[in-house]
Design a protein around this ligand. Structure first.
Ligand code: MRU
Length: 363
């Protein structure tokens, strides 16, 4: 069955570039109430958009960061500005660090922006006839290619993932690892979308994912767009759902995977993995290779982003607790590799021993 035969859409592109090379983001803060757009062509606006989650989800943040840095390169070399190649690289290096500090856990941001910076350095060193302005144009083109490759990679890993799920699966997922998060198609949701295209009949339990409610707002929206049956649950209901045999498997995305398979993902993922182990339910992670951190042996070294306490204290702008309440808001947790059944990637499905299978996949 071909994709065109089923009206499932190809997912929503969270990042796009218009005819005048303006970088436009879907404002994910406004969903599901409205589908609105945010112009992130200016460097400062892209920094704001990543930090404040206009764009979010590790792979989408990576692509947005690549455009942020490449767009910055274009802006400092645009007409009338003369810049030496050395100063060009220095300014780019400063901007790269600034972008990378916006969301510290999602390693795709480091991976993609390092890629843009390293390309700039190579071009400066190797192609002496290119001006900084010409190099900047190539960097922008490179960011565009990165974006275009995401859908292909996500579809590939989704196909591999489908081989591991039953024909009429009931699936639990957490946060949003759909096309909005993964720059097209999706990772965890990509597998579910591909399963539907295969002719399977997936149904999905969606964790609301407090405090930012990515499950309730974004995953529910994407599943509805695709006509895939879904039920929203509060995060605290996952144990009940598993104990009552209402799901066959769990699939989540990832923000950073260490070389031993330990996986950082949205806070609450670890709880699900422990519950799944207890109930003997497969726990799958779906992620592109750009989510693996080649410099990190194990998960204890993953930096965990802590966010504004207001996210916990307030719901829809109104306090849900006592006046002057203290709170705690780690945005991610790390699931030990021992709780993970398999990792779906674009080069195949990785199984334990993850140290070995990850090293082979990245080689
Ligand atoms: O804080 P967010 O919304 O950027 O966190 C996103 C997640 O944790 C996703 O589940 C993860 O990035 C995987 S996205 C394919």
């Amino acid at each position: 069955m071909s994709i065109q035969e089923i009206d499932i859409g190809s997912g929503t592109m969270p990042v796009s570039v218009d005819d005048e090379n303006r970088v436009v983001l879907i404002d994910q803060r406004a969903l599901p109430q409205s589908l609105s757009y945010f112009d992130a062509s200016k460097f400062e606006d892209m920094l704001y958009a990543i930090k404040h989650m206009v764009v979010r989800g590790a792979p989408s943040i990576g692509v947005a960061g690549a455009f942020g840095l490449a767009g910055y390169a274009v802006s400092i070399t645009s007409e009338g500005k003369s810049l030496s190649r050395e100063d060009f690289l220095k300014q780019l290096e400063k901007a790269r660090i600034e972008i990378q500090e916006t969301r510290p856990t999602a390693v795709n941001l480091m991976w993609e922006t390092d890629g843009i910076y390293n390309k700039a350095r190579e071009l400066v060193e190797a192609e002496s006839e290119l001006s900084p302005g010409q190099i900047a144009e190539r960097l922008f083109e490179s960011a565009r290619q990165t974006m275009d490759e995401h859908v292909r990679k996500n579809r590939k890993l989704s196909e591999y993932g489908c081989d591991f799920i039953p024909k009429d699966p009931s699936i639990l997922t957490h946060c949003n690892a759909g096309s909005l998060a993964a720059c097209g198609w999706g990772t965890a949701l990509g597998v579910i979308r591909s399963a539907k295209i295969r002719g399977y009949s997936p149904t999905v339990f969606v964790d609301e994912t407090r405090p930012r409610s990515q499950g309730a707002r974004l995953t529910m929206w994407e599943l509805k767009e695709d006509g895939i049956p879904s039920k929203l649950i509060c995060d605290s209901m996952a144990g009940y759902v598993m104990a009552n045999k209402l799901i066959d498997l769990v699939i989540v995305g990832a923000d950073r995977i260490a070389m031993n398979g330990d996986t950082a993902n949205k806070i609450g993922t670890y709880n699900l993995a422990v519950l799944a182990k207890y109930h003997d339910i497969p726990f799958y992670v779906a992620a592109p290779l750009s989510t693996f951190d080649r410099n990190l042996e194990e998960g204890s070294g993953i930096p965990i982003e802590h966010r504004d306490l207001d996210e916990v204290i307030n719901v829809n702008g109104a306090s849900i607790t006592v006046k002057d309440a203290e709170a705690f808001n780690p945005a991610f947790d790390v699931t030990p590799a021992s709780l993970i059944t398999a990792i779906f990637t674009e080069v195949g499905v990785l199984r334990p021993d993850f140290k070995d299978s990850i090293a082979k996949a990245l080689a």
